[in-house]
Ligand binder design. Structure first.
Ligand code: SAH
Length: 355
């Protein structure tokens, strides 16, 4: 990996790149990440159709608008509604559907297992990714047996103190998402994870450690987006202190691009989405810039518009009023506008380039 040496030599070098602000220097980072992406995963951009199946949540995450205790209108989609979205995914040629939700006990083991079986028996051979928060080994095992292929669980930050502050454990448990990701792999899932960038209290050294953790976990997918304050959460109200100014990571677009580019160089074959949170802070060209600086995946939203507005993890989310079809067309256009192709098939890591 000699091309990445100037960027990854040691922790101090990586931190210098994360702090870099010189435009010409950054051009060399973007070029290296883009070349690595082209060589390792090709020109195809894989579409993963996102279905936000429930906004019920028992957790009290300090960053998330779905946090328990907020009096907001909550929904849980029926199996029929979810299957209708999945049929749309097949029609649009998406290889994967991602079922995401708050940590919702209403989505119990048997209900989700039945749903996964139904999705896996649809014509079209969809890969099924679950993103339902921290669940029991019994649930992980049952869902894997039912046919689920991947599990997405962001560890949010690898800094244990910061993580504890923003992500309180449930009573009698200790939340350890990094350990859970290892167990998910042992169950046979392709594990995906990721972090938010610019959380109050997050330091540059913390980001360096996040990158090392991505590599150590050998992740299938790595989602990196800006932290976006939600005014009705503990973090959004400023209840959690920032780090010292010289150490605090800003929640900017530029920091996200640097993390995406360095994640590509650290984990050359990983699937890296250009995230909706990134598109939210730069609606004009955030998606495209993410794809040109290391990313190779997008996650078009399939959630029915009436529910989508209620899945408000952060405010002013991009693509909030677009139908699933608009989302597909808009993302296709953006991908093609930068000379890339839309991936066919499931887009598994290590699959054929372009598939
Ligand atoms: N309950 C699931 C899904 C959570 S939503 C879980 O906890 O895994 C998916 C991701 O959205 C989270 O993992 C988090 O990284 C991101 N997210 C939540 N609130 C956010 C905010 N205020 N700003 C940016 N990203 C946020």
């Amino acid at each position: 990996m000699s091309g990445s040496d100037p960027f990854l030599r040691d922790a101090a070098t990586i931190e210098r790149w994360l702090r870099e602000t010189d435009g010409d220097a950054l051009e060399t980072l973007w070029a290296a990440a883009d070349a690595c992406r082209r060589e390792q995963v090709g020109e195809a951009v894989h579409f993963r159709g996102l279905i936000e199946i429930s906004s019920h949540c028992v957790r009290r995450c300090a960053y998330c608008g779905l946090t328990a205790g907020r009096t907001i209108e909550r929904y849980r989609m029926t199996d029929e509604e979810i299957l209708a979205c999945a049929r749309e995914a097949v029609e649009y040629g998406y290889g994967t559907v991602v079922l995401q939700a708050g940590e919702d006990p209403g989505l119990d083991r048997d209900r989700v297992a039945g749903l996964v079986r139904a999705l896996k028996s649809l014509p079209g051979g969809l890969a099924v990714t679950l993103s339902l928060g921290e669940r029991t080994d019994e649930e992980f095992s049952a869902w894997r047996e039912a046919g689920a292929d991947r599990y997405l669980l962001r560890f949010e930050t690898s800094d244990p103190d910061l993580y504890r502050r923003i992500h309180p454990s449930r009573i009698g448990e200790v939340s350890d998402r990094i350990a859970m990701l290892r167990r998910l792999r042992a169950f046979g899932y392709e594990p995906g994870s990721g972090v938010m960038v610019g959380i109050p209290g997050q330091t540059w050294a913390g980001l360096v450690r996040d990158l090392a953790t991505f590599r150590e976990l050998d992740l299938d997918m790595i989602g990196i987006g800006p932290y976006l304050p939600h005014p009705d959460t503990a973090l959004g109200r400023g209840e959690i202190p920032s780090a010292a100014p010289a150490e605090q990571v800003p929640p900017t677009e530029l920091t996200v691009y640097k993390m995406v580019a360095l994640a590509r160089l650290h984990c050359p074959t990983a699937n890296l989405p250009s995230t909706t949170a990134l598109a939210t802070i730069n609606k004009a060209e955030g998606r495209e810039l993410g794809l040109r600086r290391g990313a190779n995946v997008v996650m078009p939203n399939l959630t029915p518009v009436r529910y989508r507005r209620l899945y408000e993890i952060y405010p002013s989310k991009a693509c909030i009023d677009e139908t699933a079809k608009d989302c597909r067309n808009c993302l296709r256009r953006r991908v093609e506008s930068i000379g890339r192709t839309v991936g066919k098939g499931r887009g598994s890591r290590g699959g054929q380039k372009g598939e």
